[in-house]
Write a protein that binds this ligand. Structure first.
Ligand SMILES: NC(=O)c1ccc[n+]([C@@H]2O[C@H](COP(=O)([O-])OP(=O)(O)OC[C@H]3O[C@@H](n4cnc5c(N)ncnc54)[C@H](O)[C@@H]3O)[C@@H](O)[C@H]2O)c1
Length: 369
């Protein structure tokens, strides 16, 4: 069955991902991969990339189990892909349901967690249990089940740039050896501290039990696949634009970030999964440009005008969420030298190009589910 892409942008992106990481995909040929958090933003591209690889390399297929909570049911785009033989969908909660039942697996990508600050502030306990208990349950089952442990080549754990908190100016760009400036009780702590604890779990399961685990720390990925209702800034701006409203910033616009397009980031994740060193963590993002939220808003407004005749302006308005800005890092910019040197990771897609593709995809799909 030929796969049908929801938009040309996704096809172009997965062609790019599978080409740039072709030796890593080839290394996974004939293996079984479990992806948790498959229903989320990064899961979307990971699944499309594997579906595309399998379609174009019928003798080097990767067998994928896509696991997520799927509370609102299996999304239509995924239901279509499941018709191929090599992708299965499992509806499971990582905090309580069986996780390795369809295994044993050669590779595990553990991405289940809420990633949107809007969502994790609202569900702090669920966020902590999904992270800490979810990861612990997988690691514990790996240790206890000999066939699962011996077959596993690598587990990729999705941590976050949030483990660094709000770094001082002299630690920007931030490299992996920075230890962080993080509140353990603030409204973001449920996420940041869970990710920090999980990284500690990972290195100790490597040391004590020899489980091969690599950690990645994503820095502000964006692009197709992120729900327009997600609450992260680019999805919010896209929602404003597509509703024909002004773009609304819930801050002065001063905090700055580097934004990494999802297709580039996905190459980094696949490279880390296959070639990363066990026990190590890698920043995955882009080093430049570092843009303020105000700059981002005006860039996206200009692109929307150019491509869709958008006529809105940029305005400021206080968020209804009283904790919107509490402990919000002022600057976030990674050093990606370690991933460049050790993994050959080299993001190339410009912010303008990535934003344009993202807006085109949102316009065509809406992506509510
Ligand atoms: N996208 C980024 O820029 C970014 C940045 C930092 C860290 N991360 C991390 O990368 C991973 C993926 O991020 P994303 O942007 O795709 O997140 P997302 O919120 O879009 O998707 C996460 C998925 O995990 C699922 N999930 C949550 N709790 C679960 C549970 N208990 N059992 C099973 N599934 C559960 C959700 O239903 C969702 O489908 C997360 O671990 C996130 O913390 C992402």
């Amino acid at each position: 069955m030929a796969i049908i892409f929801p938009h040309d942008v996704v096809r172009i992106d997965v062609e790019y991902i599978t080409e740039q990481a072709s030796s890593e995909f080839a290394a996974m040929a004939g293996t079984k991969l479990l992806l948790t958090g498959a229903g989320g933003f990064l899961g979307y591209y990971c699944i499309w990339a594997i579906a595309y690889w399998n379609e174009h390399h019928p003798k080097q297929k990767i067998s994928l189990t896509a696991l997520s909570r799927f509370r609102e049911g299996i999304p239509t785009w995924l239901a279509h892909l499941v018709k191929t033989d090599d992708i299965r969908v499992v509806s499971s909660d990582v905090t309580r349901d069986p996780l390795l039942a369809d295994g044993p697996y050669d590779y595990i990508i553990h991405a289940a967690s809420f990633a949107s600050p809007m969502v994790y502030r609202q569900y702090p306990i669920e966020t902590m249990t999904a992270n800490v208990l979810g990861l612990y349950r997988i690691l514990d089952q790996l240790v206890k089940t000999k066939s699962s442990r011996t077959k596993l080549k690598k587990l990729l754990y999705f941590s976050s740039s949030e483990i660094y908190g709000d770094p001082p100016a002299e630690r920007i760009p931030t490299s992996e050896d920075y230890r962080g400036n993080v509140s353990c009780t603030g409204p973001r702590a449920c996420y940041d501290e869970s990710k920090r604890f999980c990284e500690t779990l990972c290195v100790n399961f490597v040391r004590i039990h020899g489980i091969p685990i690599v950690t990645v720390r994503p820095f502000n990925n964006y692009g197709p696949g992120m729900k327009i209702t997600d609450g992260r800034v680019i999805a919010d701006f896209a929602r404003n634009i597509l509703s024909g409203e002004d773009i609304v910033m819930h801050s002065t616009g001063a905090p700055s970030r580097t934004f990494c397009y999802v297709a580039d980031a996905m190459i980094g994740y696949i490279k880390a999964l296959v070639n990363g060193t066990s026990g190590e963590a890698y920043n995955i993002g882009i080093e430049l440009p570092e843009v303020s939220v105000a700059d981002l808003a005006s860039r996206i407004a200009i692109l929307a005008k150019e491509h869709f005749g958008y006529g809105g302006r940029v305005q400021q308005s206080k968020s209804e969420d009283k904790d919107y800005l509490t402990d919000n890092p002022q600057r976030r910019r990674p050093s990606i030298q370690k991933a460049k040197q050790e993994l050959g990771y080299d993001p190339k897609i410009s912010l303008e190009e990535g934003l344009t593709r993202t807006l085109q995809w949102y316009q065509a799909t809406g992506r509510k589910k």
